[in-house]
Design a protein. Structure first.
Length: 56
């Protein structure tokens, strides 16, 4: 089961680009904002666990 932290590197309309904090060389992940907490902003960190994102 994947458990990790992501940094919101940019928000583009209904999507956000997330970068893993432990693997910065990986390609950013594109995630629908509907799956993310509504209070996200560029530069914040979200925690991913069990197919859910939450503010850290």
């Amino acid at each position: 089961m994947l458990t990790c932290d992501y940094k919101i590197i940019s928000i583009d309309g209904d999507y956000a680009h997330l970068q893993r904090t432990d693997l910065p060389e990986e390609e950013p992940k594109l995630v629908a904002r509907a799956l993310l907490p509504p209070e996200i902003f560029e530069g914040c960190i979200v925690h991913y666990e069990m197919m859910q994102y939450e503010m850290k």
